[in-house]
Design a protein around this ligand. Structure first.
Ligand code: ATP
Ligand code: MG
Length: 344
């Protein structure tokens, strides 16, 4: 029996990278009929506070928006469990057991952590300042992620390739637990890499598109109004190469990122997209094309999102039902873990 599991953080509105790298594949997976497979997807609200304190009202409304966001992308609560991570306290308990099995060195090697550290600068005093002020939760983030996955004894985890290293860590945590307690309780979860490649920032195509990027114009949110999409695409960093567009991520990262977005959104291959763009004579025409496609593709989502945001009762019902189903699995598994450890 397989269990497919993934979470997304409520750190801000969802962008097309989140959609193509995560939510779209959750939907596709949960709609394939495969008897015996269970799908569990949710909002990683415990992860959302690893980067600092926010006013309670802000986190609350972000969590709410995130749930409306995944529902508006077409996830069906009858086909998968949809829940908030914090509503299942067993995640936090398993996180502690796993933290006590994981070395600081392994955490320190995580590139996402290192890149956050490097944002402050490269010399030693900057690094010390970083360690002095950065919270331990940010360093331990991958262990909580491992606990999220393992508490359901998940077998498959669909994520974008920015998460590959964290998944690798989850596997070694699972192996480590199994070896330490002489068991094979935790299956070793496999990464299901989403078909679409990493989507890059519109402003700086050398970085990934990220919810936590302070520059809102670096992201297209799935709920952006048509005129906002048009403006962001117009301002997107491309290059000064004249003539037709072609795909070359090394030499033309900005243009190639837009082609990649088109390919993901329309489910066409890169070759097909480029072929359809043969009529394009300049960047303006190219960008108008991208805008048209995005506005059309996300129209329905935007409307559904607005509807869901007005219907608090429905959202709450989905969350409660999801929580109950998730907890049923998690409580059973944590009891087994306690027995294995001797905490029962
Ligand atoms: P944050 O900046 O807060 O980390 P994020 O945009 O990186 O936000 P996450 O919540 O960390 O989003 O990731 C949710 C899912 O979206 C993951 O499966 C991740 O692989 C995927 N994802 C995030 N950014 C991208 C991207 N630019 N391209 C493709 N997939 C992405
Ligand atoms: Mg991220």
């Amino acid at each position: 029996n397989s269990r497919v599991f993934s979470l997304i953080q409520p750190t801000g509105k969802f962008h097309i990278g989140n959609y193509l790298g995560a939510i779209q594949s959750w939907k596709t997976l949960s709609e394939t009929e495969s008897p015996g497979t269970q799908y569990i997807f949710g909002i990683a609200d415990l992860h959302a506070i690893t980067t600092g304190v926010k006013p309670a009202g802000e986190l609350r409304s972000n969590r709410h928006e995130a749930m409306a966001g995944i529902l508006s992308c077409g996830l069906n609560p009858k086909k998968c469990i949809l829940f908030h991570q914090s509503s299942v306290p067993e995640h936090a308990e398993l996180h502690w057991y796993l933290t006590c099995l994981t070395s600081m060195g392994a955490l320190n090697r995580m590139t996402q952590w290192k890149s956050k550290a490097r944002q402050l600068g490269d010399d030693e005093s900057d690094q010390l300042k970083f360690l002095e002020h950065t919270k331990a939760g940010l360093l331990c983030y991958p262990i909580l992620q491992a606990a999220d996955i393992l508490i359901y004894r998940s077998t498959h985890v669909p994520v974008g390739d920015d998460q590959s290293q964290h998944l690798e860590m989850c596997r070694s945590v699972a192996i480590n637990f199994n070896n330490s307690y002489k068991t094979n309780f935790f299956p070793i979860p496999q990464t299901l890499l989403t078909p679409s490649k990493k989507i890059l920032s519109l402003r700086n195509p050398l970085k990934k598109m990220s919810k936590s990027d302070p520059d809102q114009s670096s992201c297209i949110y799935i709920t952006d109004a048509p005129e906002v999409i048009a403006k962001k695409i117009r301002k997107a960093t491309t290059d000064s190469v004249q003539g037709p567009v072609y795909f070359d991520p090394e030499a033309r990262p900005g243009v190639s990122n837009l082609i990649n977005i088109l390919s993901g959104v329309t489910s066409q291959s890169i070759e097909q997209v480029v072929e359809d763009l043969a009529y394009v004579k300049d960047h303006k025409q190219f960008k108008d094309h991208v805008t048209d496609v995005l506005v059309t593709e996300f129209k329905q989502q935007r409307e559904l999102f607005e509807e869901l945001m007005k219907d608090g009762v429905y959202l709450e019902k989905v969350c409660h039902e999801g929580r109950d189903k998730a907890r049923e699995i998690a409580t059973k598994n944590i009891e087994e873990v306690r027995k294995l450890i001797g905490m029962d």
